[in-house]
Ligand binder design. Sequence first.
Ligand code: GH3
Ligand code: MG
Ligand code: MG
Ligand code: MG
Length: 300
Amino acid sequence: MLIIDDRAENLELMQRRLIREGYRVSVSNSGQDALQRLENEQFDVVLLDWLMPQMSGADVLAKIRSRFSAHELPVIVVTARHGSETIVDALTQGANDYLAKPLDFPVALARLATQVYLRKVTRQLAEANRQLKQFSYIDGLTAIANRRKFDEYLMTVWRRSQQEGSPVSLILIDVDFFKRYNDALGHEAGDHALMRVAKAVSTGLFRAKDLAARYGGEEFAVILPETALDDAISVAERVRMAIMEMALPHPASSVMPVVTASLGVGEWRPTAFCEPSALINLADKGLYQAKAAGRNQVGT
Ligand code: GH3
Ligand code: MG
Ligand code: MG
Ligand code: MG
């Protein structure tokens, strides 16, 4: 924790007692010094003297709150002027709690412990939320990105391209005769095949910014930021080969006796008012071409 008080004897007394309670304690005798420390070090809680010359407690609190929320850095205001007006001022200006001077030490300890505990719980909650969000972006069957992630990432890439004037390419991938695959080998084998296809699609990508996602059912999609059509076609061709070369037996396919896919590629340079659906439609047309021309190929 960080204790801010203009009087050295207050600091020493509090520091000694809090260290005895097992806290790691730093001290500052001015607001300026404290703000500097808060820039460079991490603290779980701040004890802030309200009455200080030069920079007042209120000034310090305002600066702290412009940088850290009450969840990120709890501040307990310490004041000798414990009229209700001061207390209300401190709390409405962003203090998490207040303590009256002279300190009733057991009460101070209990209140400190509460703030430290809340700080810990908030941190755990933020981490749990982060993990949940990660999970909400993953397809349950194939463990690659799902449609939600696809939509969000395409929008992010789209907006960036609108600013930079760069092209975005998209590959749509549809497994050939997959209904027949299920009919011939069973739905469970079908699920397994989709996992293998997802892996083949991902291994066909070399750049960290390229995203492979399950678009729906037996369809996959690849977002290629800052990529022109020629390069996107090369990637699509690589993905097509990777799927075919897995040589997953498909006894009911009319293309060849292994699992294959048809791919559609589109490229777009997004201007101010156009939406990603323009690019999706383009790739979809390419996919239709690939299917119509015999499957297991790349269409544009
Ligand atoms: P085409 O070559 O024209 O794409 O033929 P297709 O049979 O692949 O196309 P269609 O859209 O008629 O059938 C898609 C099939 O994919 C039907 C559906 O049962 C199957 N499918 C979709 N999602 C899943 C899944 O999660 N697991 C399994 N096992 N099958 C799925
Ligand atoms: Mg003071
Ligand atoms: Mg389909
Ligand atoms: Mg299909």
